[in-house]
Design a protein around this ligand. Structure first.
Ligand SMILES: O=P(O)(O)OC[C@H]1O[C@@H](O)[C@H](O)[C@@H](O)[C@@H]1O
Length: 335
């Protein structure tokens, strides 16, 4: 198969903020202190009095641990990072690096929360890549259990008074994983932002899976100066232009994707709303070998499908408005 890509006219629009209208964010005053504090041990966090929810550790991180009849999950307080989601009787849907660095470094794997900008889109080089919330400590705000036995959680990063935006993340752990980023403009000026739920899905071998739901879409290739291309057929890793890596932002994406994995004999279904872009990322061997948390061949074990508002898909919020991005993830059998 591969991607017989059509090259469309090249433009710099992806890297020039003037071409779009993203808000240029200034690093919040509290950010550096929050990052420093995130490296300190967690002092007692009160466990909510909800059946199947407790505070413990997962992969060395203080985490909210959830157990229901249908699934188990772990969410690190560091970055509000979903580390694991295991449907009962199945394997983890998420990949987590076997070589994790200590907090406050960003966690490699799971579902990093990228907010309020994707990479450094429309930003100066002074801001941290992928935003202000993935290397700071979050709080568990609420936990409930519904009649069907699913557990719902709300988590929040530190409130940055000078950012003008507020974030809440909601998770529903049950037969399906539901994850929502709810962004509110709390300032008095319009804000234009980008974001992603940067899911690292666990696969048998990234070279042996395909992604359905992208056929015919246009995408920008970050490894090709953000040149525009058109997708033909399913996504596979053996891109004829560059076998072994993918850093594509698909625009006007339909919101339903299937990650077909013959090796694990499963399909992961990803449905999104409030998101019109999908990022498909794997570093490939060369870049992975340069990275201390992926340089053991383990990069083959994941594919990132990132439910995003990125590239030309920018969210504009007037003061007081709220935007909701949701992803729903579940396993389907292979036919
Ligand atoms: O290494 P990081 O900061 O977690 O980013 C990982 C990747 O995240 C993806 O979303 C980007 O498109 C890639 O360009 C980037 O390399």
């Amino acid at each position: 198969a591969g991607l017989p890509n059509t090259t469309l006219p090249k433009t710099d629009a992806m890297t020039e903020s003037a071409a779009f209208t993203e808000t240029r964010f200034t690093t919040p005053a509290r950010y550096a202190d929050e990052v420093t504090a995130a490296g300190a041990p967690v002092t007692a966090t009160a466990a909510p009095d909800v059946d199947g929810v407790r505070i413990g550790t997962f992969a060395g991180y203080p985490a909210v641990l959830v157990e229901t009849a249908d699934a188990r999950a772990a969410i690190a307080l560091h970055g509000g990072h979903l580390l694991s989601y295991v449907p009962t009787g199945g394997e983890d849907l998420l990949w987590l690096s076997p070589r994790l660095a200590d907090a406050p470094a960003a966690i490699r794997g799971g579902v990093p929360v990228v907010w309020p900008f994707f990479g450094r889109q429309g930003q100066s080089n002074d801001v941290p890549s992928h935003g202000f919330v993935r290397t700071v400590r979050w709080q568990l705000v609420e936990a409930t259990r519904d009649a069907e036995g699913s557990v719902s959680l709300t988590l929040a990063p530190p409130h940055y008074a000078d950012l003008g935006l507020d974030l809440r993340m909601h998770l529903r752990i049950g037969k399906t994983l539901e994850q929502t980023l709810e962004t509110t403009n709390t300032g008095d000026a319009p804000v234009a932002f980008t974001q992603a739920l940067h899911s690292y899905f666990h696969v048998s071998d990234v070279a042996n899976v395909r992604v359905e739901g992208l056929d015919g879409l246009r995408f920008r290739d970050k490894n090709d100066g953000y040149a525009a291309h058109a997708q033909t057929g399913d996504w596979v890793l053996d891109d004829a232009r560059d076998p072994g890596r993918s850093d594509y932002i698909y625009a006007d994406a339909g919101g339903r994707y299937l990650l077909d994995d013959p090796g694990l004999d499963r399909r992961i279904e990803l449905e999104t709303s409030g998101s019109r872009s999908l990022v498909v990322w794997n570093p490939g061997e060369t870049a992975a070998e340069r990275s201390s948390d992926m340089n053991d061949g383990s990069w083959r074990g994941f594919l990132c499908l990132e439910a995003a508002n990125a590239g030309p898909d920018i969210v504009r919020l007037a003061p007081g408005q709220t935007h909701v991005l949701t992803q729903r993830v579940r396993v389907l059998p292979r036919d």
